[in-house]
Design a protein around this ligand. Structure first.
Ligand code: 9UX
Length: 70
């Protein structure tokens, strides 16, 4: 069973931002899938065992602001 982590992402202004953030999150060990909603600034990450700090670091490296939402 996959767990879900929700992140708040700031600094996204176009559809390509969404793709960049999803790609960054999907590269993190343990992540099965990641979906980003531009309108709400929310990233939903399906994962097995994952380090939340690694999710945050990956999005920051991609150039966006991010915080764990739940
Ligand atoms: Mo769109 Mo986002 O031109 O960093 S990719 S603003």
């Amino acid at each position: 069973t996959l767990a879900v982590e929700t992140l708040r992402v700031t600094g996204m202004t176009c559809a390509s931002c969404v793709g960049r953030v999803e790609k960054a999150l999907r590269r993190v060990d343990g992540v099965a899938d990641a979906r980003v909603n531009l309108a709400t600034g929310t990233a939903t990450v399906e994962h097995t065992a994952v380090d939340p700090a690694a999710l945050v670091a990956s999005v920051e490296r991609a150039g966006y602001g991010v915080a764990v939402a739940d």
